[in-house]
Design a protein around this ligand. Structure first.
Ligand code: CA
Length: 222
């Protein structure tokens, strides 16, 4: 899962990027509204969620959000508002924000709200994602097969996490690359095949199908 953090305050931006990175997200940071709008306006949409501060240089967060929504961008957006500014919350939600947090906030709360936004965007109500014997607990980033814990590297986890959120649907290699790497990461499309091959060795046979020329699909082998 890939998250865009839009925050002009350098310390907070770095803290958020580090906390999200620790949770297994690929993270891009924008420090002004113009850059944020540009990153979030890409086709196809590479982000699974956006954390958007409203007070930003060059273009304010509310304008960024309105422009995204006007051009049909449905990415879940969590806005950060100043304390006691209820007008901002109302304006943000009316502009298409999916949730908000008031500064200062606890990182744990932000992480929980983001997980919920990403789950709901994929149509999942529960914090546990299931596919046959495989269960991914989005709260702890732990994966079990028939109740036994599975040991995964961070990139193996990112690939499986994305496929679990989109199970049953064909996910192309380029879509996987977009959602497991941040923009400045040195991407190599062959590495996705390596991650898939490693995951297949660790997971029940038949769980990850290859659709030739199209991509991969996670299915319940039973
Ligand atoms: Ca700000």
């Amino acid at each position: 899962m890939r998250v865009l953090v839009v925050e002009d305050e350098p310390t907070l931006a770095a803290q958020l990027a580090a906390a999200l990175g620790d949770e297994g997200y690929a993270v891009d940071v924008a420090r002004n509204g113009v850059h944020a709008h540009c990153l979030g306006d890409a086709d196809p949409q590479p982000f699974d969620a956006v954390v958007l501060d409203l007070g930003l240089p060059q273009m304010d967060g509310l304008t960024v959000l309105k422009k995204w929504r006007a051009s049909g961008r449905t990415v879940p957006v969590l806005i950060l508002t100043a304390r006691d500014n209820w007008h901002d919350k109302v304006a943000g939600i009316d502009a298409g924000a999916d949730d908000y947090l008031t500064k200062p906030f606890h990182t744990e709360e932000l992480l929980a709200r983001l997980r919920a936004l990403i789950r709901r965007a994929g149509g999942h109500a529960s914090a546990d994602l299931r596919c046959g014997p495989v269960v991914l607990d989005t709260r702890t980033s732990r994966v079990t097969v028939d109740g036994r814990a599975l040991s995964l590297t961070s990139h193996e986890f990112r690939v499986l996490d994305y496929l679990m959120h989109h199970r049953g649907r064909i996910v192309s290699r380029s879509e996987l690359i977009d959602h497991i790497y941040a923009q400045d990461f040195d991407r190599d499309s062959n590495t996705v095949e390596v991650f898939i091959a490693r995951l297949r060795k660790k997971l029940p046979p038949g769980l990850i199908e290859t659709e030739r020329g199209l991509g991969y699909r996670l299915v319940d082998p039973q």
